[in-house]
Structures are given as structure tokens and as C-alpha cells.
Design a protein. Structure first.
Length: 133
């Protein structure tokens, strides 16, 4: 069963951090939870992760563990680069969003995550016409 999560960061990510997180998350998900990282990417202030877990793994436990371990890993390896960017020494926000993919097309979700960090055109909104009676 594939699952994903999104979480906000209190630092600005660059491609170097993302690649390190991707490798370490793949290791954690595989070794600790017998799962598989499918995709990890992010914007400067949050990440998206798509992963697959066995039915016995509790998604909330996995997410909390990933947030803890990724924070420790980035702090240990990149402290000089991030210490001045942390807000009150906090790496992640307390919140996260997690959902199962259900019947969603995995390729579509992978493409969405892959496209994180790429400038997207702004949507144009038009004001709705109100019905006159």
C-alpha cells in the first residue's frame, strides 16, 4: 500500500539537502520498515515523499520517525550551513499531512513530486458571474 506525506521545514532547502534526504529516507524506510521510497522532492520550505509500506507499518509512526531521523542527519552533516537559518532551533513544523494513495495513478503522483521546485505558471482566475433573476 503506497502512502505519502508532506511536512513544512523551518529552513530553506536546496538540491544538496534534498538529495541527502532522499538517500537517507530510502535507507530508513527500507531498513526500519521494510518499505520502499518511491519519490522524494520538495520546495524550499517543504518536502513531499511517496513511499510504500507493508500493512503492518503505522504511517504516523513512520512519518514521526522520518522527521526525527532526517532532522538529526541534516543537523549532523550540515550544521554550519543551517544553524543560522533555523527558527528557534526548530527544523520541522509540528504538522504533517499524510494520505493513502488508494486508487490514484502512482505515475501521476510521482510526476507531481518530481516537479516540485520547478517554477510553474501562475493560474489566472476570473470572477464568477452572478445569476440575475
Amino acid at each position: 500500500m503506497a502512502k505519502g506525506f508532506l511536512s513544512s521545514l523551518f529552513i530553506l532547502l536546496n538540491s544538496h539537502f534534498i538529495e541527502h534526504m532522499r538517500q537517507y529516507a530510502a535507507h530508513l524506510i527500507g531498513q526500519c520498515y521494510q518499505g520502499r521510497l518511491i519519490k522524494l522532492n520538495g520546495e524550499p520550505d517543504h518536502i513531499h515523499i511517496l513511499f510504500e509500506l507493508p500493512a503492518t507499518a503505522a504511517p504516523s509512526v513512520v512519518v514521526c520517525s522520518l522527521k526525527t531521523q532526517l532532522s538529526k542527519e541534516i543537523r549532523a552533516n550540515f550544521w554550519d550551513e543551517i544553524k543560522d537559518k533555523l527558527w528557534n532551533n526548530i527544523f520541522w513544523s509540528d504538522s504533517y499531512f499524510i494520505t493513502t494513495t488508494g486508487g490514484a495513478d502512482i505515475e501521476t503522483i510521482e510526476k507531481y513530486i518530481q516537479d516540485q521546485g520547478i517554477e510553474k505558471p501562475k493560474r489566472k482566475y476570473t470572477k464568477r458571474q452572478t445569476k440575475k433573476e
